[in-house]
Design a protein around this ligand. Structure first.
Ligand SMILES: [Zn+2]
Length: 158
């Protein structure tokens, strides 16, 4: 039993190492290849905060979405997103690159072509604009919006 637990602990540690290596490599590549790096500001700390139980007045507790939120917390921590962003910012500073965080609202619902905003623009992995008919990979469309928002912030700051 102890050996079994040790094996699981080793696997977890190996996974954490691999994840950190990957985050180091990817952040290094971003900083080497790009002058401007734009992230969605997902407020990792807020999202990862544990939901507070809500008393229902009868001694029990009503559902507060704790299960769904616990799943989200786990995936955020597993992905190590905050750690990856921190590494990128650190490397960018010493290389003189710019890192900007932008508001994530509507980045996946907005057409990067014409600016039309609608939840109906999104069809899973495909983005199809109800305004102009433009079709694109949904992640690419969102990335274009995020980069555009970062570029706009850069212009305002300049
Ligand atoms: Zn459009």
């Amino acid at each position: 039993m102890a050996a079994h637990h040790r094996k699981i602990a080793n696997q977890r540690r190996d996974f954490a190492h691999q994840r950190r290596d990957f985050a180091h490599q990817l952040s290094r590549r971003l900083v080497n290849d790009y002058d401007l790096i734009v992230f969605e500001d997902l407020q990792i700390k807020n999202m990862a905060r544990r939901p507070r139980p809500r008393p229902d007045g009868t001694g029990g507790y009503e559902a507060n979405g704790a299960n769904a939120k616990a799943g989200l917390n786990r995936s955020i921590h597993d992905a190590g997103w905050g750690e990856f962003i921190a590494m990128t910012i650190y490397k960018a500073e010493s290389a003189g690159r710019e890192v900007i965080a932008v508001d994530p609202r509507n980045t996946s619902r907005t057409c990067s072509g014409c600016g039309h905003v609608s939840a109906g623009n999104r069809h899973g992995a495909v983005f199809r604009c109800l305004g102009c008919g433009r079709e694109a990979n949904a992640d690419v469309n969102a990335a274009e919006n995020i980069l555009g928002a970062g570029g706009a912030r850069q212009l305002i700051a300049a």
